[in-house]
Structure formats: structure tokens, C-alpha cells
Design a protein around this ligand. Structure first.
Ligand code: SF4
Length: 443
């Protein structure tokens, strides 16, 4: 075969102003791992990431003329993923779908213009597909046989098998950032999450099996990355005291000086003040904490296995140590007006500078989805972005719910603004976006 070119695609997050472009732009790490695997197998991969590319997808597709295209993405990007596969099929490419959304919703991609769907983290199977070799043994592969789809069994993938990602695309696009940390490189040290929060689909990835890399290998990788900011994209990096102790020891021993962003649970932070202090010493700068609620009732209902006391203690510890806490909350569909206000009050009372709000969203193909099925008000996957109401609220109209949501967002935004948290942002752009959406959706 002469043409060895493969286009790896991460679609844009959204085509409206309703996104976090310019605030959080994520390195396409999954595609960079695939790049390594393909180069090792003698292919010529190219990445097109809709977050940072100036050139439209169809233009790039025509310029490169690959023989295969692989598209990844989340639920909110499903429409774009399909659109790009259609365009690739029109010029005769092999079309492959992968990524987080496909792992749990593979059947949503059973379309005539899609040839293969990967529902595993095992990226080595892509080479089998390209070489048409033993594809019936590829972990979790779904194969389009024209009149039917064949589904290979999906088994957990051992993350230790991952190669080093090829970061040439990242280095060529220094726009990737987490808030003011720019550029900011992603590092993954584990797949899946050992906890079972009810609203979350992360714990079902990798067939529900937690798989972690050796921490010495992680430190090796960090040392080799030409970037001062590292974002651990594990669903829960603050897991396993011994592993974290070893991480601190190795980072110190090797004299690595970087800033770090990670996710961690409030209950862990509340019980490990000393460890957090040492993490701060080696450069932990942002810790994203799933606080979820300002009351125990919701935390219990979400099966969070944590409580309001842990939330308060975690924020207090992070504030004391000077680590920036990013508290993540869910506004539930059973909220009354006072519940929105309670979140705002809680944030003020606990001096939480950064807070992010997600609208409760029953993930597709989950028990919650079935529970909420009769209340769904949209089936458009682009609304599964935690910024849209996808099911009818229990105690108010959708319009009123959006009004309370936007008031809460506005309050938190103003609070952050006064404290200079988002000084790097083009405020005119974002305030315009919020006002525009208030008129569009309610309030
Ligand atoms: S919310 Fe966080 S802790 Fe809970 S299952 Fe999801 S990733 Fe794990």
C-alpha cells in the first residue's frame, strides 16, 4: 500500500460561544498515543484538533488525502464526529471512531459511513484494522459488515502497555491551557476510577477496572516533557497514599520543578493535610475537587461516599496551604430556588475562589438515563455538555431553572472577577456570551 497517511481527529467542542475555548483547551493526548503506535508501525499520522486548528476539517482532509480517518470525542461532540466520518467516507477513507463516548455508546455510531468503532482503551488494535489482520481478536472492536455489526468482547486494558505519547503536535500548538497555565501538558497515570458515584460514567470506563501506571514511569515522563505545567487528567489522581508519597520523593530527588493540576476527592484531602502540604511544596497549584453539593442529602443520593464536613475541611486545607481549589458543583434537576442560593452561600462562606457548575445530566446508556427517560426534553447529544438542561426539572419550568442557573453562574463569575482569578480572560467576550444565552434560554 502506497498511501500510509492517517488523519486523527479531535472535533471542536462546540460551534457556539457556549464553551470554554480560551479558558481550558485540552491537549489531544489520546491521539498523541495513537500517533506513536502508528509511527512505530510505519504509518504517517496527522492530527487535526478542532480546538486549535485554523484550517477547516474538509480542507485538511483534502490536502492530506489519507487512506483512513480516526475520530474521537465525547457525547457533546457526537454530531461533529459523525459529520467528519461522512466527509471522510465521501473520499473513500476507512473510517474509525474511538474515545470516551464510543466506549459506552458504541451503537450510536452504527452508521453506513462508519467502518469500525473502538470501545476500549486498547489503541494497538488500530494497526490490526489498518492491516486487516486478526481484527476479530481486537479488544472491544465493533465491525461494520454491511448488513450487520459484529462486536468483539471488550476486556480491561492495562495502562502500563501505553507507549510515550508523541507530543510534536502539542509543541507546535502552544495554545493548550488550563486557565492561566499555558501551555499545559496532559499526563494520564490511570484509567477509570475506583469510586462509584451515581451520576458519573468515568467509573464504568475500561470495563469498570481501575488501572494505574508505575509512578516512577510517570515521573520519568514528566521529566521529559518540555512544559512547565502538567495537568494530571486521571479521574482521581489523589488516590493511594503510598503512590503519592513515592511521587513526591521521586520529583524531589530528580529536582523537577513544575506546576501541577489534578483532580482529587474532598474526603481524601480532608484526611491528608500533611500529604497535601508536601504536594504543594513540589508544585501542586490547582486541585479540582468534586464537591458536588452544598447539602448532605444530595451527596448521599449521588453515592459520593463523602459528606459536607469533608467538603468544608478540604477547602479549608487547600486555602490554608495556598493551593487553588476549584470546587465542582452539580445543580440537580430537583433544585428549588433556595438550593441554587445555597451553593452561592456555601462558596462565599468557605472562601472558595473557583467554582464550576454542571447541570445534572443523566449519562446516555446508564441506569440514570433510564430513570430520566420520560423526562427528557432533548435527544441532541450536543446538549450533553453539562451546560444544558436535558430533562425536565422537578419543581420549576425549564425557563425558570435556567434563570436560577444563570444567576448562580453570574454570581460566581463576578466573585471570581473581583478577586482577579480570571484576569487572563477576554471578559467582554464571555459576559456577552452569558447575556446572549440568558435571552436565548430564559430569564
Ligand atoms: S465523580 Fe469522581 S470520584 Fe466519583 S466516580 Fe466519578 S471520577 Fe470517581
Amino acid at each position: 500500500m502506497d498511501n500510509r497517511k492517517i488523519l486523527l481527529v479531535h472535533p471542536e467542542i462546540s460551534r457556539t460561544k457556549y464553551n470554554f475555548a480560551g479558558i481550558i483547551d485540552n491537549e489531544p493526548l489520546e491521539l498523541e498515543y495513537i500517533c506513536t503506535v502508528l509511527k512505530d508501525a510505519g504509518y504517517e499520522p496527522f492530527i487535526w484538533d478542532g480546538q486549535v486548528e485554523e484550517q477547516p476539517f474538509v480542507k485538511r482532509l483534502a490536502d492530506i488525502s489519507p487512506f483512513a480517518v480516526y475520530v474521537c470525542g465525547r457525547t457533546r461532540q457526537e454530531n461533529f464526529m459523525k459529520e467528519y466520518c461522512r466527509a471522510a467516507k465521501d473520499i473513500g477513507c476507512i473510517t474509525m471512531i474511538g474515545g470516551l463516548h464510543a466506549q459506552h455508546n458504541h451503537k450510536r455510531f452504527y452508521e453506513s459511513y462508519i467502518d469500525f468503532v473502538f470501545r476500549s482503551f486498547d489503541i494497538f488494535g488500530i494497526v490490526n484494522v489498518l492491516e486487516n489482520k486478526a481484527i476479530d481478536t481486537v479488544n472491544g472492536l465493533c465491525i461494520n459488515r454491511g448488513n450487520r455489526w459484529i462486536e468483539n468482547e471488550a476486556v480491561p486494558f492495562d495502562i502500563k502497555r501505553l507507549p510515550r505519547p508523541d507530543r510534536s503536535y502539542f509543541y507546535a500548538h502552544p495554545r493548550y491551557r488550563y486557565l492561566e497555565l499555558q501551555p499545559c501538558a496532559h499526563v494520564r497515570t490511570a484509567y477509570c476510577c475506583p469510586y462509584k458515584c451515581k451520576f458519573c460514567y468515568r467509573n464504568r470506563l475500561n470495563c469498570g477496572t481501575y488501572s494505574a501506571r508505575d509512578i516512577a514511569d510517570v515521573v520519568d515522563e514528566i521529566a521529559s516533557i518540555e512544559c512547565d505545567n502538567i495537568y494530571f487528567i486521571d479521574d482521581d489522581f489523589l488516590f493511594g497514599e503510598k503512590r503519592l508519597e513515592e511521587f513526591i520523593r521521586l520529583v524531589k530527588e530528580r529536582g523537577i520543578h513544575k506546576k501541577y493540576v489534578c483532580y482529587g476527592r474532598a474526603d481524601f484531602i480532608s484526611k491528608h493535610r500533611d500529604l497535601m502540604e508536601r504536594l504543594k511544596e513540589i508544585g501542586f497549584y490547582y486541585v479540582l475537587v468534586g464537591l458536588e453539593a452544598a447539602d448532605d442529602k444530595h451527596l448521599y443520593r449521588y453515592n459520593k461516599k463523602s459528606d459536607l464536613y469533608a467538603n468544608s475541611a478540604a477547602v479549608e486545607i487547600l486555602n490554608d496551604l495556598g493551593i487553588n481549589a476549584m470546587g465542582m458543583f452539580i445543580v440537580d434537576l430537583d433544585f428549588k430556588a433556595r438550593d441554587f442560593r445555597d451553593i452561592s452561600k456555601w462558596v462565599r462562606k468557605h472562601k472558595l475562589k473557583h467554582a464550576a457548575i454542571s447541570i445534572f445530566t443523566p449519562e446516555m446508556n446508564s441506569e440514570l438515563f433510564e430513570e430520566y427517560r420520560s423526562r427528557l426534553i432533548t435527544r441532541d447529544p450536543s446538549h450533553w455538555d453539562y451546560l444544558h438542561v436535558v430533562a425536565k426539572p422537578s419543581h420549576m419550568s425549564v425557563r425558570r431553572y435556567y434563570m436560577h442557573y444563570h444567576i448562580l453562574i453570574g454570581r460566581l463569575f463576578l466573585r471570581a472577577w473581583r478577586q482577579g482569578i480570571y484576569d487572563f480572560i477576554d471578559y467582554k467576550f464571555f459576559i456577552g456570551s452569558i447575556v446572549k444565552n440568558m435571552f436565548r434560554f430564559g430569564g
